[in-house]
Design a protein around this ligand. Structure first.
Ligand code: SAH
Length: 462
């Protein structure tokens, strides 16, 4: 960001502009929205300028600008549409201590004016640092369509009502009240007449005070491995209704996008080995929001019942007497095996599959290595990146065949999914050399179908 957006206090302060043509008019249409004292220097001025001067909206001085004319001005615009004259007046204004903008000359300007969506006191400024005016216009048009024209009026009336809303507890309850006012009841009231706004606020507040005793609810939802198309319909419906979404680190932005627009999104990410939010704190967060009456969606990667510490959260909800629902999701193993065109189980190959974890809260997790080391075993290893050497060592020690196929699948179901086929003997260093940055699942005893096909072709060729 080469330009930092700020909102400058201009009430009663001077803004000076040099120029009397189209460029000057375009800038003045924006500047005149403010409560600044505006002075324009122009030897010749367009009729609009004369009209604005006559209406007392600005001071028009019908001559070229001279030294000292921009004294005490906070902002200065050079809008003469003449490079030499603009450079001259910019230097004068600069000497007077004003911040200078030269219209259509980004390089020599000390500030730029954004595109503005005006719902005073709500003002949205859009800047593209001069790179894409088309984009700014499009965003402006979208926002104009999205923000009710009455928003400014509602905000002004709403401001006088703030103290009354203090009877609602801070947080979700108050935010719910205001979002119902700004986006639902308020615009309806305006369409019936401005005098309807205050009565609407009053009855809406009554409703919200009554509704305070509403019990919260928690949906413990599986978000799947990352592709939004792998969400269940039930998960989508839960996201549509959510007041609060508390999600894991592995839940992707694409999925969070689907949450209700007014929902509060909280990242309760736990890094594998790094800094993390403690499980007790997450439990408390879920309970607190639900107690406040919110519909909480606890969004977990994959399926919440697989290595998801779900039971601790359920225990906390039961202890707090909060109702909950579990919404299953597609676990990483299911999506990963689809990615290598295999089945989790296959008649004649493996009649069982184990979901094992590489590490648990105490460190590397121990398993029945002796059984796993026997031929025909298949395991989906979650959280197995760092434990790869440990697992490899244990399995080989217990007699597993070093040639057993192993497949590592990173970023399952996402656009950057990566499949690495190897063998138990090569699991390390393959894992380390792969420099994985995303989540990865390891299949022990399964090779990608394609790799098998290639092997067969090679065998046939020999
Ligand atoms: N509940 C989740 C698992 C949570 S444990 C589920 O059912 O999938 C976290 C581990 O899941 C990660 O270390 C990784 O092994 C695996 N995992 C989750 N999402 C993944 C993805 N998109 N790609 C690969 N592995 C994933």
């Amino acid at each position: 960001m080469d330009h930092f957006p700020v909102f400058m206090a201009v009430a009663g302060r001077r803004i000076v502009l040099s120029g009397g043509g189209d460029a000057a008019l375009a800038k003045l249409r924006l500047i005149l929205k403010t409560t600044a004292k505006v002075t324009v220097f122009a030897p010749q001025a367009a009729p609009e300028l004369h009209a604005w001067a006559a209406a007392g909206r600005l001071t028009l001085v019908l001559r070229v600008m001279a030294a000292g004319d921009a004294q005490d001005a906070v902002l200065f615009y050079a809008a003469n549409e003449d490079d030499a004259e603009d450079a001259r007046v910019a230097a004068l204004a600069h000497a007077d201590g004003a911040k200078v903008n030269i219209v259509d000359n980004l390089g020599d300007s000390e500030f730029i004016t954004p595109a503005i969506v005006d719902r005073d006191p709500v003002v949205v400024a859009i800047g593209t640092e001069g790179a894409a005016p088309v984009l700014a216009r499009k965003i402006k048009a979208d926002l104009e369509a999205q923000l009710p024209a009455s928003l400014g009026l509602l905000a002004r009336v709403g401001k006088t009502f703030r103290h009354a809303v203090n009877v609602l507890p801070m947080g979700v309850k108050r935010r719910d009240f205001w979002s119902a006012f700004y986006f639902r009841e308020g615009p309806k009231a305006v369409s019936k007449g401005q005098d309807q706004i205050v009565p609407t606020l009053e009855s809406l507040l009554d409703d919200h005070i009554m509704g305070q005793t509403k019990a919260g609810h928690v949906d413990l939802v599986g978000a799947g491995p990352g592709d939004p198309d792998l969400l269940t319909l039930k998960a989508r419906k839960a996201l549509d209704k959510a007041d609060v979404v508390i999600h894991d680190r592995l839940v992707t932005g694409d999925i969070l996008e689907l949450a209700r627009r007014e929902a509060i999104i909280i990242d309760a990410g736990k890094e594998g080995f790094g800094k993390s939010m403690k499980q007790e704190d997450i439990d408390a967060l879920i309970v607190d929001h639900a107690r406040g009456g919110a519909h909480v969606v606890r969004l977990k990667a994959g399926d919440p019942t697989v290595f998801g510490r779900l039971d601790e959260e359920i225990d906390a909800l039961v202890a707090a007497d909060i109702p909950y629902t579990i919404v299953p999701g597609i676990t990483a193993a299911s999506a990963a095996v689809a990615g290598i065109s295999q089945s989790l189980t296959k008649r004649g190959r493996n009649s069982a599959i184990r979901f094992i974890t590489g590490h648990d809260t105490k460190g590397y997790a121990d398993h029945d290595w002796k059984v796993l080391g026997q031929p025909g075993q298949v395991a989906a290893i979650y959280m197995g990146k760092r434990a790869a050497r440990f697992i490899q060592g244990r399995l080989l020690m217990h007699g597993a065949d070093p040639a057993t196929p192993v497949t590592i699948i990173e970023n399952v179901s996402r656009t950057n999914q990566r499949i690495i086929a190897t063998t138990l003997a090569e699991l390390e260093p393959t894992m380390s050399n792969a420099n994985l940055t995303g989540p990865a699942i390891t299949f022990y005893g399964l090779a990608p179908r394609d790799a098998l096909a290639i092997d067969l072709q090679e065998q046939e060729a020999i």
